[in-house]
Design a protein around this ligand. Structure first.
Ligand code: GDD
Ligand code: MN
Length: 382
């Protein structure tokens, strides 16, 4: 047989040239913003020549959004009125599944995300990125100045917590693009709350995450739907993502986090009990006991959530028994440090807690919450 001639490899740009782009826009009561969004997307479409269509995923807002879209001349804009499984993340996921483009873009409807950044985001995908974020926190990116300190802090803390999952500077962003093939490679989608982009980065195994700077404009019309409840859901979401990515390792991290919170509870209670005039010994003992109950509830719910049995009493007794040994260690060490080194009660309690924590994790993991229900650990964790 004739040896086959080597063909020149097409450049990555050519192999990745996209033919169609679907922009998925989750909406709830955004009728005021939609005309502006469509106008701006229309300009981008014209100027770039991109074959771009828009899929508005509306959670039955009943604010005239559906009528408004029906009356628009643009054939490339569609609205889906959803009545089930409501919420931002489920809407986006639903939209991604319905989308027909070979690139999927997600953005908010409130004009916080500049549609003008889309061509540049696509360019990054063409250059080989797996996931492109319209980012506030890379050089050149910014957010509106009238953002309150609390929201800024909240966003920063949330980002920090996602750090083990991705090194992106702005993984919380709701403005992102990925290849359809990446989306289809994803599995076990189970998003709660608002951080659907982060869900895709982790579950689609996107490694090359690239950020394009944007100016995040605070919404001018309508109001934000981000509630306290959504913020709390983020913790739940993070837990799922950690378990997905790190398997058994995430248990240790969660256990330590719970332990950290338990430490706070312990210290606050101890201070409180001492203030109430309780003697040192009963105060230390009671603070330990109550923080153990606190730790049990959180560990059963989070750290070892997969091994949770419906009959909580058995696990509670097991946990308390196993940790009693830890508690004795804690008690003895704490008193020892007060007596021998003259440490303040609170400082000594910290040392006691550290000693007990190591013991408790081993006992909890391998005795109390030992269960066949654990997810098999990921390959790379072994
Ligand atoms: N379908 C649907 N269902 N859409 C929703 C829902 C819902 O329950 N809740 C909100 N949306 C839509 C809004 O209509 C808007 O288009 C978009 O989701 C974002 O909602 P906002 O209420 O404007 O959220 P935000 O500005 O506070 O949060 C944005 O920035 C965060 C980073 O600071 C979002 O992009 C978040 O995803 C992002 O994490
Ligand atoms: Mn917004």
């Amino acid at each position: 047989m004739e040896p086959t001639l080597e063909h020149p490899q097409p450049s990555p740009v050519e192999t990745n040239r996209f033919t169609r782009i679907t922009v998925v826009v989750p909406t709830y009561c955004e009728a005021e913003n939609l005309p502006h969004l469509i106008d701006r997307l229309g300009k981008v479409r014209e100027q770039s020549g991109l074959d771009l269509d828009v899929l508005i995923m509306d959670d039955n807002s009943q604010d005239g959004s559906a009528e408004l879209i029906a009356a628009r001349p643009e054939k490339w804009v569609q609205i889906v009125v959803r009545t089930q499984d409501r919420g931002l993340s489920p809407s986006v996921l639903d939209g991604m599944k319905r989308a027909t483009g070979d690139v999927l873009v997600c953005m908010d409807a409130d004009l916080s995300h500049p549609p003008e950044a889309i061509p540049q985001m696509l360019h990054k995908l063409e250059e080989g990125a797996d996931f492109v974020i319209g980012s506030r926190y890379v050089q050149g990116g910014s957010t509106s100045d009238d953002w309150g300190f609390l929201r800024w802090l909240n966003s920063r803390v949330a980002t920090l917590l996602a750090r083990p999952l991705t090194s992106a500077r702005d993984p919380m962003a709701g403005f992102f693009a990925l290849r359809r093939s990446s989306f289809e490679a994803g599995h076990d989608f189970n998003p709660v709350g608002y951080k659907i982009g982060l869900e895709f980065i982790v579950k689609c195994g996107c490694e090359r995450v690239v950020e394009v700077p944007i100016h995040f404009e605070d919404r001018l019309l309508g109001k934000s739907k981000l509630t306290m409840r959504q913020q709390l859901l983020y913790i739940k979401h993070l837990r799922r993502l950690y378990t997905f990515k790190f398997g058994a390792w995430s248990q240790l991290v969660q256990f330590l986090t719970v332990g950290g919170l338990g430490t706070l509870v312990n210290l606050v209670l101890l201070t409180f009990l001492l203030r109430l005039g309780l003697e040192l010994k009963p105060a230390v003992a009671l603070a330990i006991l109550l923080s153990m109950v606190f730790n049990f509830v959180l560990n059963r719910r989070f750290s070892f959530g997969e091994a949770r049995e419906p009959r909580w009493l058995k696990q509670f007794v097991g946990f308390m028994a196993a940790c009693s040994v830890g508690a004795v260690i804690n008690y003895v060490v704490t008193l020892l440090f007060v007596g021998m080194f003259g440490l303040r009660a609170q400082l000594a309690a910290l040392v006691g807690i550290a000693a007990a924590t190591a013991f408790n994790f081993v006992a909890s993991r391998y005795l109390v919450f030992r269960s066949s229900h654990f997810r098999p650990p990921h390959d790379h964790v072994k």
